[in-house]
Design a protein around this ligand. Structure first.
Ligand code: NDP
Length: 318
């Protein structure tokens, strides 16, 4: 859609505690020069707000705006948005599907997966002991990686893993076809996919169907010594069971970017475990320079009376 077709009415409100407002405003304003873009702290009359670009705004945020026409989730995961009770009826909710965000996520997943596939934690420990400890590398194809979730981010990461020569399995709700990836779909195939994973990468959205999906029983189906990489949401995994299994050695290692409670409490045993790498929920972020185009396009669509693209299906939860 061409930006000259329609001048959007009303203003856009921005809210995020993590993303830089000035950068987002610059990127959006370059595409929509006539649109008023306000930080939530600058909003005078909420009736003038037609569009919201927001990440985890406080409770009641949307209810204050009687003329909202579009809510844009400033990110990919919408779990904290779909269950809210302040979403005005009939206002479409969209998410960002930014190829640069998918690339950044794939970079993290590649790093974490190859770190395990190449036994890097084992060499780090040997180095700390001052030991030249030789362990012969396995052929890439001998490491089986299962990616749970083959959406915008999961499918991209699965392709990148496959390009490294690893054996890649994928799992989703509906059947997917990704060249070089052994794709499986549906609950009935999950246990078998898990049982074949030397490295399990979790890239599912958090929904009523997926909350707690990786419980103790399912984690126990992993081959002994397997590694877990969770870049999706902490509540997909039973964290207490995962911690036990990391302590017992059934799980060999974990790279964790997300947790049941964030920030991860200072007294959580995961902080002190040698076989766990923790990062503070930053595997990927939306990048203004590339995501602004699709946001501007959706604002123009709505402004011109069309349905926006990339709508979240509230019933499905993602
Ligand atoms: P998408 O919504 O594009 O894709 C979700 C995938 O999960 C789809 O393949 C979908 O199946 C599958 N899925 C959903 N429900 C089920 C189910 N019940 N059973 C089997 N498969 C299911 O998500 P994205 O790839 O964009 O993102 C995935 C998640 O990553 C986000 O929801 C978010 O939580 C997280 N994330 C984390 C970030 C971080 O920094 N740590 C940054 C960004 C996102 P189907 O293909 O059939 O629809």
């Amino acid at each position: 859609m061409c930006e000259d077709d329609v001048t959007p009415s009303g203003a856009l409100v921005f809210y995020s505690e993590f993303d830089d407002f000035a950068t987002w405003r610059r990127a959006l304003q370059a595409r929509l020069p006539a649109l008023r873009i306000l930080h939530s702290s600058e909003v005078g009359d909420p009736a003038g707000i037609h569009y919201a670009l927001a990440w985890k705004p406080p409770a009641g945020f949307f209810a204050r705006m009687p003329n909202l026409r579009l809510i844009i989730n400033l990110g990919a995961g919408v779990d904290s948005l779909v269950g809210r009770d302040d979403l005005p009826a009939g206002v479409p909710v969209t998410r960002i599907t930014d190829p640069e965000m998918a690339r950044m996520m794939a970079g993290y997943v590649l790093f974490a997966t190859l770190r395990h596939a190449r036994d890097i934690p084992w060499f780090e420990q040997a180095q700390r002991r001052g030991q030249w400890a030789y362990r012969h590398p396995r052929a890439p194809a001998d490491t089986r990686v299962a990616v749970l979730g083959l959406g915008e981010l999961g499918a991209y990461a699965a392709r990148e893993l496959q390009r490294q020569g690893l054996t890649v399995l994928g799992w989703s709700r509906s059947p997917r076809d990704i060249e070089g990836v052994q794709c499986h779909a549906g609950m009935e195939t999950l246990d078998s996919v898990i049982a074949q994973a030397d490295i399990l990468v979790v890239m599912l959205p958090l929904t009523t169907q997926t909350r707690g999906l990786l419980d103790r029983q399912r984690l126990m189906r992993l081959p002994r010594g397997a590694a877990l990489v969770n870049v999706a949401r902490g509540a997909l995994v039973d964290q207490a069971a995962m911690t036990d299994l990391l302590q017992s050695g059934h799980l060999g290692a974990a790279t964790l970017d997300v947790f049941e409670r964030e920030p991860l409490p200072a007294d959580d045993p995961l902080w002190r475990m040698d076989n766990v790498l923790i990062t503070p929920h930053l595997a990927s972020v939306a990048i203004p320079a590339s995501a602004a185009a699709q946001i501007a396009d959706n604002i123009l669509r709505v402004s011109g009376g069309q349905a926006p693209l990339r709508q979240v299906d509230a019933g499905r939860g993602y």
